[in-house]
Design a protein around this ligand. Structure first.
Ligand SMILES: Cc1cc2nc3c(=O)[nH]c(=O)nc-3n(C[C@H](O)[C@H](O)[C@H](O)COP(=O)(O)OP(=O)(O)OC[C@H]3O[C@@H](n4cnc5c(N)ncnc54)[C@H](O)[C@@H]3O)c2cc1C
Length: 318
């Protein structure tokens, strides 16, 4: 019941909380901690953007939704339930919702559904996750790890995001650059998302003190400097989607590299030479916050059973 979780982004911290609550002794080892991880970049909001639509993914999405609904009742978490609209055919954009929850959105020229999303303010949520890990007895270490074999524990869980490309020897992990903007909140009350163009998703996420507007989806691009042309294009799309944004002022760009992979990897393996258990939870692309609790809980169940897991598919445009 001793393990090392490698990675201190949302996947690693959530996995650590799940294991600690089940009585494990956990060390979280990472080169970068909050606020310096990819998980500190997004708004974020709950939506299974770009995920596969298989039973495993559906299970992760719904399990996460249940946990975020509980967390939204505690102000300290930084999670808030928010009304949301997703533009598109209800059975398409609402594929993950029970059919009875796919309500047509009022007004508007295009088909859309109304649903309840969660705005997960990562400025508050990541510190809350870290506090929870510490309160449950978890320990943190800061170091770069060259090989999983260098970690001294009977169970190692690799939640390394893009770092899994090297650590897990997995060339299918690749960066998908995302640029989003922070603007003033002109008093909006709902999240609006239009992902009909997967290479140019448009979303507006009001947070009260500011509003996040997204975004870009650029597989293979790795520079982190803001692109002014992309900023103008994102803002123009967002203003068409939510005209009230015309009164908002630009505050800053935020750029990050999503850990893309053709399929999210949630798996438990055993090293034949040493008998050690090596588990994996990485490759969440643009939905790592949304999937975090579902994947971590599935991994915990699988570690308790000691059997290999099913994997879900993640759609990454070519
Ligand atoms: C612009 C943008 C907007 C997004 N919006 C949303 C959204 O609205 N909703 C949503 O659900 N998702 C969103 N995402 C996706 C989400 O941010 C990611 O899927 C998620 O943060 C991935 O988390 P992670 O913990 O797996 O990886 P990371 O946050 O990258 O953490 C990886 C950890 O592993 C450590 N590590 C890696 N390699 C090593 C090594 N060799 N040695 C030691 N430590 C190592 C790192 O230091 C870090 O601590 C967005 C992403 C971006 C970029």
């Amino acid at each position: 019941m001793q393990c090392i979780v490698l990675g201190a982004g949302v996947s690693g911290l959530t996995t650590a909380v799940c294991l600690l609550r089940a009585g494990w002794r956990v060390r979280v080892v990472a080169e970068r901690h909050s606020p310096h991880t990819t998980s500190d970049v997004p708004a974020a909001f709950f939506f299974p953007y770009g995920t596969a639509r298989d039973p495993a993914t559906l299970g992760w999405v719904r399990a996460s939704h249940r946990v975020f609904a509980r967390l939204a009742r505690d102000d300290a978490t930084g999670v808030r339930a928010r009304p949301a609209t997703a533009v598109g055919d209800p059975s398409d954009v609402g594929w993950w919702l029970p059919p009875t929850d796919r309500r047509p959105a009022p007004g508007g020229a295009r088909a859309a559904i109304a649903f309840t999303s969660f705005v997960i303010d990562m400025r508050r949520y990541m510190p809350w996750l870290r506090r929870t890990v510490a309160a449950l007895g978890g320990r943190f270490e800061t170091r770069q790890v060259a090989r999983l074999a260098d970690l001294d524990a009977p169970v190692v869980v690799c939640c390394a995001g893009l770092g899994a490309r090297t650590l897990a020897g997995d060339p299918s992990v690749r960066p998908v650059r995302g640029q989003i903007l922070r603007v003033t909140d002109p008093g909006l009350s709902e999240v609006v998302v239009d992902e009909s163009d997967p290479t140019a998703p448009t979303y507006v996420v009001p947070r009260g003190d500011d509003c996040i507007v997204g975004g870009t989806f650029e597989p293979g691009r790795t520079d982190l400097s803001p692109d002014p042309e992309a900023r103008a294009a994102v803002l123009a799309r967002a203003r068409r989607l939510v005209p009230r944004l015309c009164g908002a002022h630009f505050l800053e760009d935020r750029v990050g590299l999503r850990p893309g992979r053709p399929a999210v990897r949630v798996a438990v393996t055993r090293e034949p030479a040493t008998g050690r258990t090596i588990a994996f939870d990485y490759g969440h692309g643009g939905a790592g916050v949304t999937l975090s609790w579902g994947c971590a809980l599935a991994l915990r169940r699988q570690l308790a059973r000691g059997r290999p897991t099913a994997t879900g598919q993640m759609r990454v445009p070519p």
